[in-house]
Design a protein around this ligand. Structure first.
Ligand code: GDP
Length: 297
């Protein structure tokens, strides 16, 4: 079901082939690494990341230095596992909101990425754990954005704020955040406009909303099917607002998904959740090591 399953399968096969060889020499290792490289590129992982990974593995697995007694297979497998984890792990955790302490979390992403759906999923996830979340619709650009958020929020019984009349997203964002602070909500989620491409106006608007609401965390929402454009897109967002975490959506689809790996590298921010369907509870906490383990089967 997972989009990355195919990638995982290809990498596992490459490792298996290497393992089946009677002697692991330079050629066997190179064949294995080339197969892995091809699989990653075909899944739309950024070229530079793949090249770095290959270099790193070769540096770690110096066949000449490995004494006869060493288990080369295990060392190579471990190196591949570690390198995949490294791509997905920027090395520092994101800000984590604390229950019963007010946090403002702002969501950014392109239109259609699944941002509004993900805001509700994030709120619902915390509500089930006893938090008091609230949703603010600061998307005044897309007709119907407020209705969509309102519908989602109502279904999940989560308080929401927005306006059909007001056209200034900064004003709505500030009003919403202020209101929910007064109501002692501990997780105030601000949904922003996505528009349809990386326009300067979108980034300027995001910057203003961020400056006015001072979010504790900015979450970048990205569609897993974005492909090779992922790195540049994620970087463009990171340059406008202080992206601190990533949520990848539509991991249940047929996209190749490797772009997700590139997004982590571009924003230097961890993936904290993944979306696995259209429903409210199709949302999973993301942990690097179990994910890579599962990926490699
Ligand atoms: P926004 O424009 O970024 O706010 O995107 P929406 O939240 O409106 O989502 C766009 C479409 O993607 C909707 O049809 C959602 O139901 C769908 N969607 C969002 N997340 C997921 C997901 O994880 N899996 C699937 N299959 N669909 C999703």
């Amino acid at each position: 079901k997972m989009v990355l399953a195919q990638l995982g399968g290809s990498i596992s096969r490459a490792l298996q082939q290497m393992s089946n060889a009677t002697i692991i020499d330079e050629k066997v290792l190179n064949d294995c690494l080339n197969d892995i490289t091809r699989a990653l590129l075909q899944s739309d992982v950024q070229f530079k990341l793949v090249r770095d990974m290959q270099t790193n593995i070769k540096n770690i697995v110096n066949l000449d230095d490995l004494a006869a007694g060493h288990n080369k297979r295990r060392i190579i497998q471990q190196a591949v596992f570690n390198e995949l984890c490294k791509i997905l792990d920027p090395g520092k955790p994101s800000f984590t909101p604390k229950k019963a302490k007010t946090s403002v979390v702002m969501f950014v992403g392109l239109q259609g990425s699944g941002k509004t759906t993900t805001c509700t999923k994030y709120a619902y996830y915390h509500q089930k754990k006893g938090w008091k979340p609230a949703l603010v619709c600061a998307d005044t650009f897309r007709a119907g954005a407020f209705d969509q958020l309102k519908q989602n929020a109502t279904k999940a019984k989560i308080p929401f704020y927005g306006s059909y009349m007001e056209s200034d997203p900064v004003k709505i964002a500030v009003e919403g955040v202020d209101r929910f602070k007064k109501e002692n909500c501990d997780l105030i989620i601000v949904d922003t406009s996505g528009r349809h491409k990386q326009e300067a106006a979108l980034f300027e608007e995001m910057r203003q909303v961020s400056e006015a609401t001072k979010p504790d965390l900015v979450i970048f929402v990205m569609d897993s099917s974005i492909g090779q454009a992922a790195f540049d897109q994620a970087q463009a967002f990171k340059q406008s607002v202080a992206v601190g975490a990533v949520i990848i959506t539509k991991m249940d689809g047929h996209a190749k998904g490797g772009g997700a790996l590139s997004a982590v590298a571009a924003t230097k921010s961890p993936v904290i959740f993944i979306g696995t369907g259209e429903h409210m509870d199709e949302f999973e906490v993301f942990d690097v090591k179990p994910f890579v383990s599962r990926l490699l089967g």
